[in-house]
Design a protein around this ligand. Structure first.
Ligand code: C2O
Ligand code: CU
Length: 430
């Protein structure tokens, strides 16, 4: 770590988790003796930039660009990323969204580390244990820094290569005051793909609201949700797929002779030289609750060690002296929300309800969560693993996870302004 003034972190406001923490987070790191397989240096700056469409925006860049560089690793490799903060005044961090990193590497300012001040640096090291599509983003004043562009894609290729001819990421993002972009470009982009090619498209929703994707000109399959492969994907043709805020979906498209176009509202990715024009989205949304085919879980959620309620509400009033409409968790606000305590090895279930009037994409750090049921209807298809789950107003989700990653983990809404407005708590290991 370098010089510069200390800056306050965002994750531990109010009473925060710190006071009760018995864990020594500094020990929760990747093997310090192991050499890195993938090594990346990212330099963060505040900058006024011109987007490819010509719009000027006050943004944040990593190595001079936003999105930051795509990081690719192979499953089992040790990834080492040196973050240098050159000029992000509020300090910054990097969080590895969806990756179950050791707790000290989770990048939450105020919880797992101090924000890196201008002139400072921090080295992240973790083993990429699970193949899949992930992303990284700032977790300091994140509603402003992510919006302004401090993010990028992280792809972990499986140890055994798959049969895809083309494998591309499509990062969806809306910068302040602009229309939506795809890989930093407003409107449409293209990737080369020969007719007959099998293409894997990794769609990442970095925005604050849910979105949908669909494919024009070809059928497609949904391969993975939030980085975890669906058990036996089936055709999605004629439907669209929801992507929660912070979430990812991997699609497989076999490019026909006329090309194909992967679309989200306002943007598209053309595959092949002759890709068809954009077309309206299908009306029907794929429901992952019954998609794919069943497969056993590696734990029994019916034998839970802890069962929690996460009841989301809305409260007009004062938080830290500021008037507004605030979100509540189990009737409490901000720093008055107690953490959920677990012990290593616990099977944990959680019932998330939402009477707040808005949808909230709920995100738990450091763990893969499986959806058991929605509104009392049990999941009947592939195990539906998520790290970001849209919970609509009036909905009830039953979820489960195994407490297999000791630490203090944020559990918050990924509509990032909502996290500041109180929809943020922690899962804390005893
Ligand atoms: Cu992607 Cu706590 O966030
Ligand atoms: Cu929310």
């Amino acid at each position: 770590p370098g010089g510069g003034p200390a800056v306050a972190g965002e994750g531990g406001h109010g009473h925060g988790p710190g006071a009760a923490a018995a864990l020594d987070l500094t020990t929760l790191v990747a093997d310090p003796a192991r050499a890195a397989d993938v090594r990346v240096e990212l330099v963060a700056r505040a900058a006024r930039i011109a987007l490819p469409g010509g719009e000027q925006v006050d943004a944040f860049t990593l190595n001079g660009s936003t999105p930051g560089p795509e990081i690719r690793a192979r499953q089992g490799q040790l990834v080492e990323v040196v973050l240098r903060n050159e000029s992000v005044a509020a300090g910054t961090t990097l969080h590895w969204h969806g990756v179950d990193v050791p707790a000290a590497m989770d990048g939450v300012a105020g919880v797992t580390q101090d924000a890196v001040p201008p002139g400072g640096s921090f080295t992240y090291r973790f083993v990429a244990e699970d193949a899949g599509s992930y992303w990284y983003h700032a977790h300091q004043v994140s509603h402003a820094q992510v919006l302004g562009g401090l993010f990028g894609a992280l792809v972990v290729d499986p140890a055994e290569p798959t049969a895809h001819d083309v494998d591309v990421v499509a990062l969806l993002h809306t910068y302040p005051g602009t229309s939506r972009t795809i890989d930093g470009v407003s409107g449409d982009i293209a990737r080369e793909a020969e007719p007959g090619a099998v293409v894997r498209v990794r769609v990442v929703n970095t925005d604050n609201a849910p979105t949908v994707v669909w494919v024009t000109g070809a059928g497609f399959r949904l391969l993975a949700i939030d980085g975890t492969d669906v058990h036996e994907p089936t055709d999605v043709e004629g439907r669209k797929v929801a992507v929660t805020a912070g979430g990812r979906v991997d699609l497989e498209v076999r490019v026909p002779s006329g090309g194909a176009r992967v679309q989200a509202p306002g943007v598209s990715l053309a595959l092949g030289a002759a890709a068809p024009a954009a077309a309206a989205a299908p009306a029907e949304v794929l429901d992952p609750l019954s998609y794919g085919s069943p497969a056993p879980l590696r734990f029994d959620p019916a034998a839970a060690d802890r069962a929690f309620a996460y009841d989301i509400g809305r409260f007009p009033g004062f938080l830290n002296g500021v008037p507004g409409i605030w979100w509540t968790i189990n009737g409490r606000m901000g720093g008055d929300v107690p953490a959920y305590h677990v012990a290593e090895g616990d099977v944990v279930t959680m019932r998330i309800t939402n009477g707040s009037g808005e949808v909230h994409p709920m995100h738990l750090h450091g763990h893969h969560v499986v959806v058991l049921a929605r509104d009392g209807v049990p999941a009947s298809g592939s195990p539906w693993w998520v790290d970001s789950l849209d919970v609509g107003h009036g909905e009830t989700y039953e979820i489960a996870f195994v407490a297999d990653n000791p630490g203090i983990w944020m559990d918050h809404c990924h509509t990032l302004p909502h996290a500041v407005e109180g929809l943020m708590t922690h899962v804390m290991y005893e």
